[in-house]
Each structure stands twice: as C-alpha cells, then as structure tokens.
Write a protein that binds this ligand. Structure first.
Ligand SMILES: Nc1ncnc2c1ncn2[C@@H]1O[C@H](COP(=O)(O)OP(=O)(O)OP(=O)(O)O)[C@@H](O)[C@H]1O
Ligand SMILES: [Mg+2]
Length: 505
C-alpha cells in the first residue's frame, strides 16, 4: 500500500500582476522523503515554497497537509502546524543575536523578563544538534559572514519540531564541510519521518540528497522522476527545455601586463596575502567559508580597513578608502551579499543597475543627470545578463533570487571596469544562465579586462579560470596554472594552512 503524502498541493496557481508565477502545480511529498525541486531562475520554485509556507495565498488550487485541507493565513500559522522554511533570501534580524533570532517570538521567559541563561543554553543545544557548535549564540547576526548567517537560518528552521521542512537553496552561501554537515542533518531528519523539499541549482546536491525530483519550467510541472533513474543531462534538458552540451567556458585570451597587484595584505583575518591579475586573464580564488576570500577583495577596494600591505593598479600604488574610490579608478567589486550590500529593494531594476555608475559621476554632464542614457544602458545590460522581468521598471524586490543576482552583476559590469572583482557571481543562478555568465566573463578577458572571481563552486573555478589561487586560514596556500588546476589539487591546498615549500611563520 502506498503511504499517504504528508503534504500535497493540488493544481496550485499563483498570479502576480503581469506574471503567472505558478501554473496548476500538483506536488506530493511523503514522510521521510527528500523531494528535489528544480527549474530555471523564475520557474516558480520560491513561489511554491511561499504558498505552502503561508506567506501568501494561492490564486487557485488547494494544499493538503497530513491528509487535511489547510489554508495558512501567515507563516506563523504554517510553523505552528509543523511546516518550517529556510527562505532563499535570509530573513534574520541583523541587530539581534543568534539566540534571539532563533527563538524570536518564543523567547523563554521568567515572569515578564527574558530568561537569558536558558535562551543561550537552548540555543547552544540547537546549534550542536544541527552540527554548528562553532557558532556563538551571543554573536550579533549582522556582523556575521553570509555563510554563517545561512547556517543560523537553517538552525532556526530545524529548531521547530516540524513535520515538513522546506529548504530554498540552503547551500548557496555554504562551502564543502557545511554542506556535508547539512546533508547529515537532513538524513537524520529523514529517518525521523520528516518530509523535506530541497530547492537547489546544484545538481550534484540534488543527486546526492534527494529521492525524487520535481521539475518546473515557466511555472508548470514538466516532469517528476525518481532521482536514481535520472541523469544530469536529462535533468538539465527538462529544466531549460533544450540540450546544453557545454557547461563551462574558457576564452581564447592570452594574459598581458599586470593590471592589479596586492602585496602583503594583512590584518586580523588576512595573513600576508599577495596576488596579481593581468589584463586578459581570469583568476579564480577558491577557499572554504572563513578562508578570507571575501575579506581580501573587500580590503583591496576599501570596503574594510586595511592594516598592512600595498595595492597597485597598472603599476601605480593606490590606497582606496571606499569602494567608490576604487570604482573611479576602474576597479569594481561586486559583493556576494545581494540583499545586504548590493541591491536596493523598493527601487526599479534600472536604478539598481546604474546606481554605482551614477555615484561616480558617469551619467552626470554639466550638473545634469542623463536619465535616458542610464535607462538605455540598463536595457542593454539587463538583456546581456538575461534578467527575466516584464520591464526595467520592475522593483527588484519582485524578482526571483537568480534574477536579482543578474542585476547585481549588471550593476558591476555597466561601469565597464578595467579590473572586476566578482564575489560569488553565479550564486543562485540556474545552469543555463550560468553558461551565459561564464561566456561573459571570458568575453571580458578577451576584451582586455582583468577578472578575479571568488567562488565556492569548485567545478566552475576549474572550468573557467586561467589561474587559481587557493586560500585557507587567511593565507594564499597555492597558485595553480594549466593542468595543475584540478579538483584534487584545489581541495588539497584549501584544506591546509601553510604554503607548500614555505615554513610557517
Ligand atoms: N511578489 C511578487 N510580485 C511580482 N512578481 C513576483 C513576486 N514573486 C515572484 N514573482 C515572479 O514570479 C516568477 C517566479 O519567481 P520565483 O521567485 O518563484 O522563481 P524561482 O524559481 O524561485 O527562481 P530562482 O531560481 O531565481 O530563485 C518570477 O517571474 C518572479 O519575478
Ligand atoms: Mg527562488
């Protein structure tokens, strides 16, 4: 006898002004099952999660939970019933501590006062059960790196005694060990009979952790298959509606003179880091969470204070006090944290894309802002990056996660930078659109630009970079070129903390 699904959606449809986000989708989830949910950017995955989680009501269709029809009026309704969500865009409150975020709306009290001792004790227990005992319950969330924020979000979802767990791109800011850790937690929950929906653009994760896969395209169900009987090619073909031969792309460029060089960058997180990037070159930087990758890029452009070291742009020593100064000198940094640092929600696509360029005076002539020019550039770059939206006047808040990411990239590239530092440029981007971005990166290098990109995705570093630096513990541990750029090498060097051949100081 077939078990009853713990969760079912029946012909679920969601219409937003001008967009049918979800069209007649019926999905079922069984107890103890991990169901993968895949599809291109804008296919409707997050919308489906939010309908189930009570964020907004469906336009049509029904939801059945534990055999009964339900209508959640709020996320709290869904949570109380046992449906817990990790949202794609992190929803933590930055000025509160880890513990307060996890226990928000249910702080343990003694009389009218918060019982802090118990709060911290309970938080420690939850973090430990989630395999995250390294996180300090008292730390202020806003000050944590994005990967740790994501771990806190996951711990929060796990802290509810849920029957159904919805994970919307839970690993987008995590690296190797944290992902393995999440998988072992997922397996434990699975054994306890909890049903899990797992949304991801990382097909290797889908193959590793799911039992079945539900594929969406343009808001509709394309196919539901057993993971064991699916191959990567068929899955990709179903998602994008065509075959993709190549996933990675290297250009034809021959590196020229040095465009940017950093020497001996050091502070409390970075230890004597030196690296360079040439014109017509794509340099990859790979390291695990906390290895110092993001801090390095931020130090160079003046997004965090630099204590030691020197930076040279085209051979000239510079000291940028602010990313806008760096931008004026043709060095652009694109942050990994699209919600926190990169986008202005409530503003249209075009204003977001031209924001930085406007700041550095790009669209100002004789004291007047050239709005028509701004809009024209935004049209061009939105098209180039494949931003899916009815027009450039749409509020970025309404875009799907992957499309927001494309807007972030457009915001950097619209400046036509000489040197571009991309921090996790493909975070949340679907497989088809990724290929377009790799081509764009190669094209930039072909045109004579210097490109540095930090990524947690090993295959994309290996597939796209001409030269690779590995980082661990705030240091560069190796520089790899040619055939030495392979998975084994990169992983080996990012797990060690001393440079080969150099004695630890
Ligand atoms: N609140 C909203 N208002 C208007 N349109 C919306 C809203 N939320 C989502 N959409 C639109 O619905 C469609 C589906 O978006 P959704 O976020 O579900 O995609 P997704 O599959 O999660 O994509 P991604 O992989 O990029 O996260 C998109 O076209 C998006 O712009
Ligand atoms: Mg989404």
């Amino acid at each position: 006898m077939k078990p009853t699904p713990v969760l079912e959606t029946l012909n679920l449809t969601k219409v937003f002004p001008g967009v049918v986000a979800l069209d007649d989708v019926s999905l079922s989830l069984f107890p103890g099952e991990v169901l993968g949910l895949v599809g291109e950017n804008g296919a409707g995955k997050s919308t489906l999660m939010k309908l189930i989680g009570g964020v907004y009501p469906p336009t049509r269709g029904r939801i059945r939970y534990k055999g009964e029809e339900v209508q959640f009026r709020s996320p709290k309704d869904a949570l109380d019933a046992g449906i817990s969500i990790v949202y794609q865009e992190l929803n933590l409150i930055p000025h509160l501590s880890v513990a307060e975020n996890i226990f928000i709306n249910r702080l343990p009290r003694r009389g009218t006062f918060v019982n802090w001792a118990r709060l911290y004790r309970d938080t420690e227990r939850i973090l430990e059960e989630s395999g995250m005992s390294g996180i300090d319950p008292r730390a202020i969330v806003g000050e944590l790196p994005i990967g740790v924020k994501q771990s806190v979000e996951i711990a929060k979802a796990l802290s509810y005694d849920a029957q159904v767990l919805l994970l919307d791109e839970p690993t987008s800011s995590l690296t190797g060990p944290e992902i393995d850790n999440l998988f072992s937690v997922i397996r434990k929950l699975q054994e306890r009979g909890i049903g899990i929906v797992y949304v991801s653009h990382h097909l290797d994760e889908i193959f590793e952790v799911t039992d079945r896969v539900h594929v969406l395209r343009d808001g509709k169900t394309v196919e539901v298959m057993d993971t064991a009987s699916a191959s990567e090619e068929t899955l990709v073909a179903r998602m994008v509606g065509r075959d993709l031969e190549d996933i990675y792309y290297k250009g034809e460029h021959q590196p020229g003179e040095v465009a940017l060089e950093a020497r001996g960058i050091g502070d409390e997180l970075l230890d004597d880091v030196s690296f360079k990037v040439r014109r017509r070159e794509v340099v990859g930087i790979y390291g695990l969470l906390g290895s110092g990758r993001t801090e390095l890029l931020k130090s160079i452009v003046g997004a965090r204070p630099r204590r030691k070291g020197e930076v040279f742009v085209h051979g000239k020593k510079v000291r940028f006090g602010h990313p806008q100064e760096a931008a004026r000198a043709g060095v652009i940094y694109s942050s990994e944290d699209r919600k926190g640092e990169n986008l202005f929600f409530g503003q249209p696509i075009w204003k977001n894309e031209t924001y930085l360029a406007l700041q550095i005076g790009r669209y100002t002539r004789f004291g007047f802002t050239q709005t028509a020019e701004e809009r024209r550039d935004a049209e061009v770059y939105s098209r180039k990056l494949g931003v899916k939206a009815p027009s450039i006047d749409v509020d970025v808040y309404h875009l799907s996660g992957g499309n927001q990411q494309k807007v972030c990239l457009a915001k950097a590239l619209i400046n036509d930078p000489d040197v571009v530092l991309l921090d996790e440029p493909t975070r949340g981007i679907d497989v088809g659109a990724k290929l377009e971005i790799y081509k764009l990166i190669a094209e930039l290098a072909d045109q004579g630009k210097a490109v540095v990109f930090v990524s947690s995705e090993l295959p994309e570093i290996i597939g796209c970079a001409d030269r690779v630096y590995t980082m661990a513990g705030g240091r560069i541990t190796a520089e790899l070129t040619g055939d030495d750029i392979n998975e084994e090498n990169v992983l080996r060097y990012c797990l060690q903390t001393t440079t080969p051949g150099v004695a630890a100081s």
